[in-house]
Design a binder for this molecule. Structure first.
Ligand SMILES: NC(=O)C1=CN([C@@H]2O[C@H](COP(=O)(O)OP(=O)(O)OC[C@H]3O[C@@H](n4cnc5c(N)ncnc54)[C@H](OP(=O)(O)O)[C@@H]3O)[C@@H](O)[C@H]2O)C=CC1
Ligand SMILES: O=C(O)[C@H](O)COP(=O)(O)O
Length: 497
């Protein structure tokens, strides 16, 4: 089954995908659409509605009304609906994966994995939700000085209201459901603003929720360019929480948003520290997997290698041997390296490469680009005065900085404005633990490349890499607030009998 056909037929009309609000697929009154270009062919692939501010207002009003009723739906029923959506998503994985291939040039197999992983994420969230949302706290007053046991405090978790979800282009399905599912299980309504590249995969995902039978108005999907409707959405008084994943845009949003909970997962410059006692084969395999999968377009990609001089030649030659085997080409052919998402992204990457060339980095491969397709490149002997030492390429370019002490590596990692993840390769677990404690990042992986998954692990960035923590449990907690009810007794509770 192809995208936009079968169960997805109703979401497209006249070649333009519709937006979703009030339980229906709609055409925007703007009369305008946004074109999505295929990164590989650079030709127009899809069109989505350019929604208006009035349509945003209506979606948020419906969300508010639907949320009040949804919060009263028994938790097990909310979970049941989520399981249904998860099953549909997995059943319809092929047409959704097709969108990922065409909109964001995700290699075919990875595209299917993203959809399946997302179905599993929804089911896990439903199961985790029925456990943790059923739990609260019971406190008695006589543990605090000056009190008798006359007050019994019950705490529970209640929804926030309307959650605005804004995922980025690189995981438009997985990073949408990682926001949608926790919001819904906790009794919230959701307004999704998908990334422009990835919007059609997002709309197909929403259709699975629609077909799972969620109440009218509870879920909406507003399409349009972030630069045009983004501020209106994020500053909207009807929004009670924002869960955002993306780049520096998140920093601007957090300055503009009102006094509401924010979950921000932003950029990264994940360092890979390789010590002289490391298993160099393992480190090389992880530099390649971590640095080049999905052409480096992962926030958790290895974005700088900090290797001890004594093992640097060995590591570099092993990484180069593996790079030579990477398949470069079309996502449809399941190539390892595919076109980066846009021409401006490719131009930005090229700027970093040129700067490194001018400043004397060693090119382990010849720099090659055709359109948005950039061949994988390892840059050796990178120095801190080069932009690539600090900036996030979001492309298949990995810089290597040779270090003479572990402290030098830790210092480089901690001097970055980004602090998402990092990794260390060593056979000495004691040293690994001490380095992990010294690296000021949200996560440190020992003897493996950085990764957000599995999706139930806590995932957080420090400094400019984010606010709050993701992962199924943390996202559910973040999308609720604590409500307490206090039972006041006329006499201490132990005074009878
Ligand atoms: N820490 C993490 O978990 C992750 C971080 N990232 C980071 O994301 C970046 C790449 O993703 P990319 O999609 O380009 O990131 P962007 O920050 O450009 O976009 C992210 C989302 O924000 C939307 N947006 C754009 N402008 C606004 C605005 N003014 N208000 C509200 N929303 C807006 C975009 O919509 P539109 O597409 O229409 O512009 C998109 O949906 C990298 O820096 C990467 O490190 C990526 C994945 C995971
Ligand atoms: O954008 C990203 O990098 C994703 O959040 C990473 O997910 P993964 O590390 O599980 O691939």
């Amino acid at each position: 089954m192809a995208a936009g056909t079968g169960p997805f037929e109703e979401i497209i009309d006249g070649g333009v995908y519709k937006y979703y609000a009030d339980g229906e697929w709609r055409t925007s009154s703007s009369g305008k659409s946004v074109t999505i270009y295929n990164p590989s062919t650079r030709e127009a692939q899809y069109k989505v509605q350019a929604c208006t501010q009035e349509e945003v207002n209506k979606a948020i009003d419906s969300a508010k009304a639907a949320q009040k009723l949804w919060a009263k739906v028994p938790l097990w029923k909310r979970a049941e609906a989520l399981h249904k959506a998860a099953a549909l998503l997995k059943e319809l994985k092929d047409p959704i994966a097709e969108c990922l291939v065409k909109e964001i040039a995700k290699p075919a197999k990875d595209a299917v994995s993203e959809v399946v992983r997302s179905g599993d994420l929804i089911s896990y969230t439903a199961e985790e939700g029925v456990r943790i949302l059923a739990e609260g706290k019971f406190l008695v007053s006589d543990s605090f000085p000056g009190n008798d046991r006359t007050k019994l405090c019950l705490t529970s978790k209640i929804p926030l209201g309307v959650v605005l979800a804004i995922p980025p282009f690189n995981y438009p399905v997985n990073l949408a459901v990682s926001k949608i599912a926790p919001a819904l299980i906790a009794g919230n309504a959701i307004v999704l603003k998908p990334p422009t590249q990835g919007a059609v995969a997002g709309l197909h995902t929403v259709q699975c929720f629609h077909r799972a039978g969620f109440p009218k108005g509870l879920i909406s999907c507003i399409t349009g360019k972030g630069s045009e409707i983004g501020d209106f959405l994020t500053m909207h008084p009807g929004v009670h929480c924002i869960s955002f994943t993306g780049g520096d845009t998140g920093i601007a949003i957090s300055k503009k948003a009102g006094m509401i909970p924010l979950q921000m997962e932003l950029g990264g410059k994940d360092a890979c520290i390789v010590l002289d006692d490391a298993d160099i084969d393992l480190a090389a395999a992880n530099v390649v997997k971590g640095g080049f999968s999905y052409s480096g377009q992962r926030c958790t990609a290895v974005k700088v290698v900090l290797v001890m001089e004594s093992v640097a030649d060995d590591l570099v030659s092993k990484v180069n041997a593996k790079i030579a085997k990477l398949k470069v080409g079309a996502p449809e052919d399941d190539c390892d390296i595919t076109a980066v998402v846009t021409e401006s992204s490719a131009n930005f990457i090229e700027g970093l490469v040129k700067d490194a060339k001018e400043k004397g980095a060693t090119f382990c491969q010849e720099y090659k680009r055709e359109g948005n397709l950039i061949w994988p490149l390892l840059l050796d002997h990178v120095r801190p005065d080069m932009r690539i030492a600090w900036e996030e390429p979001f492309g298949p370019i990995v810089p290597v900085i040779r270090i003479s002490s572990v402290e030098e590596g830790i210092h480089h990692c901690n001097a970055s404005n980004f602090a998402l993840q990092g990794c260390v390769f060593t056979r000495d677990v004691n040293k690994a633990m001490m380095i992990s404690d010294a690296m000021e990042t949200g996560t440190v992986q020992i003897n493996s490349a950085p990764a957000r998954g599995p999706d139930h692990f806590p995932f957080q960035g420090l400094r400019d890499s984010g606010i709050g923590s993701q992962g199924v449990t943390n996202s559910i907690a973040m999308m609720t607030k604590i409500k307490t009810t206090v039972i006041n007794l006329p006499a201490p509770s132990y005074s009878m009998g």
